[in-house]
Design a protein around this ligand. Structure first.
Ligand code: PLP
Length: 234
């Protein structure tokens, strides 16, 4: 079994190579270490290797790990967020990747205002239009952006998608490409307050293809920390 350090070296090399293939710079892609289900001792190994941006999909896990991990790390909420839980993480995360309803955006805006901060958010897009997935349908993104753009305590930085689970990552290329086209398209609409430059897309199985298609944040869990175990789920 490889160590976390070795895993990170491999991922780093693949990111650099994918960026080069696309004529992009390594620095233009953030490697977000998805630490869900992993204990703080394990996460510290990744931080020691320089991965200070951490992604979690549950509010509960951020709350448990926030104090022990301390300053010097940046938390990103990447999973579905219930409105009633926004208050717990509003002053703990740097970015919320999963905004996909007006109600949620309004709650984030309200809680951010109460803490006198402006929260960076991404709009989650269900690019492959899968029934089981959260996210705004691509054709509704413009309307949604127009609804949330006026909220003064959120800053819409870009778009995020969770691509389908596939064996061959090439199958997802089309969705990553459409994400980039959507971002460009939305910026051209010249909506007040909307000037987006972040594309959060690509996971362990397909981050190289995502980078070739313009990802600026890749969310990698298994590729860094190994398989996840869910003890309570049998
Ligand atoms: C778990 C998760 C990831 C990371 O998945 P891996 O396949 O382990 O890299 C990325 N994005 C989201 C939203 C996740 O929930």
């Amino acid at each position: 079994m490889k160590t976390i350090k070795q895993n990170i070296q491999i991922v780093e090399e693949k990111i650099t190579a994918a960026a080069e293939r696309a004529g992009r710079k390594r620095e233009d892609v953030l490697l977000l270490a998805v630490s869900k289900t992993k204990p703080v001792e394990v996460i510290r190994e990744a931080v020691a290797c320089g991965l200070t941006s951490l992604g979690e999909n549950k509010v509960q896990e951020i709350m448990e790990k926030y104090e022990p991990m301390g300053d010097g790390v940046h938390w990103h909420l990447i999973g579905h967020l219930q409105t009633n839980k926004v208050k717990y993480i509003i002053d703990k995360v740097d970015m919320i990747h999963s905004v996909e309803s007006l109600r949620l955006a309004e709650e984030i805006n309200k809680r951010a205002a109460a803490k006198s901060l402006v929260m960076d958010v991404l709009v989650e897009v269900n690019m492959a239009e899968e029934e089981s997935k959260f996210g705004i349908q691509p054709e509704r993104v413009e309307e949604f952006l127009r609804q949330i753009a006026p909220l003064p305590h959120i800053r819409v930085r870009g778009l995020m998608t969770v691509a389908p689970f596939v064996e061959n990552p090439e199958e997802n290329r089309v969705y990553f490409r459409k994400m980039r086209e959507l971002l460009v398209d939305m910026n051209q609409k010249k909506i007040d307050n909307i000037n987006m430059d972040v594309l959060s897309m690509g996971m362990t199985g397909d981050y190289e293809v995502a980078i070739e298609e313009g990802a600026t944040i890749v969310r990698v869990g298994t590729g860094i920390f190994g398989e996840r175990y869910y003890p309570n789920r049998g």
